[in-house]
Ligand binder design. Structure first.
Ligand code: B4P
Length: 190
């Protein structure tokens, strides 16, 4: 099984690159951002709670996203592998993911991290906000909050996988196809 984590700050291009990776490697895409947005759209209790946090650029509680991922892993027992997009976002989520995969005798193959500087992230997200209708893409203050959440809670997840020898950093600035080639090389080396 190929189990890939696509990592990086908000707007680094995780969603963009995920689409290309899925098409090439036939993996199941698990984006916690997308899963949360479908809960919001469906008007569930979970969605209502998540919306208040996401609209402020704050991470939703670990238990919520871990539960969602657990359900999806159970749903796709015979998959060729998974791409985790935007998850894990805290060390607690990373530990939970390792435990969940271990219960299926599986583990993470590689973490690919897209690095992009803050000015470029801000420009990309404000630009996406013009068409996406996403409340969290609408203003500088909110985007800065998301980047701050990333720096304080999510960045340490990279060290967690680096210690396991599974971390590969890739420059996330440049042509989308060129970045995809670099990601493919990292996947094939894993
Ligand atoms: P997510 O939905 O995961 O989204 P994201 O981080 O904003 O974006 P991504 O990196 O996928 O960027 P994209 O490809 O779209 O998170 C949203 C919120 O959900 C979080 O803030 C949090 O509240 C909550 N959440 C999600 N998961 C959670 C978890 N595990 N725990 C707790 N809370 C969680 O790219 C952005 C833009 O850049 C696009 O417009 C794209 O066209 C452009 N772009 C991409 N690549 C480019 C390139 N190479 N050059 C130029 N532009 C590029």
């Amino acid at each position: 099984m190929l189990n890939l984590i696509l990592f990086g700050p908000p707007g680094a291009g995780k969603g963009t690159q995920s689409e290309k990776i899925i098409a090439k490697y036939n993996l199941i895409h698990l984006s916690t951002g997308d899963l949360l947005r479908s809960e919001i759209q469906a008007g569930t209790e979970l969605g209502l709670q998540a919306k208040t946090l996401m609209d402020k650029g704050i991470l939703v509680p670990d238990e919520v996203v871990i539960g969602m991922i657990d359900n999806k892993l159970k749903e796709h027992r015979s998959a060729a592998g998974f791409i985790f997009d935007g998850f894990p976002r805290t060390v607690k989520q990373a530990e939970a993911l390792d435990n969940l995969l271990a219960s299926y005798n599986e583990g993470i193959s590689v973490m690919v991290a897209l690095s992009v500087d803050d000015d470029e992230l801000l420009a990309r997200l404000l630009n996406r906000g013009k068409t996406s209708g996403r409340p969290d893409d609408q203003n500088e203050e909110l985007i800065a909050k998301r980047i701050q959440e990333y720096n304080s809670k999510t960045k340490p997840v990279a060290d967690y996988y680096q210690e396991q020898g599974k971390f590969v950093a890739i420059n996330g600035i440049g042509e989308i196809d060129f970045i995809f080639e670099e990601i493919s090389n990292a996947i094939e080396a894993a």
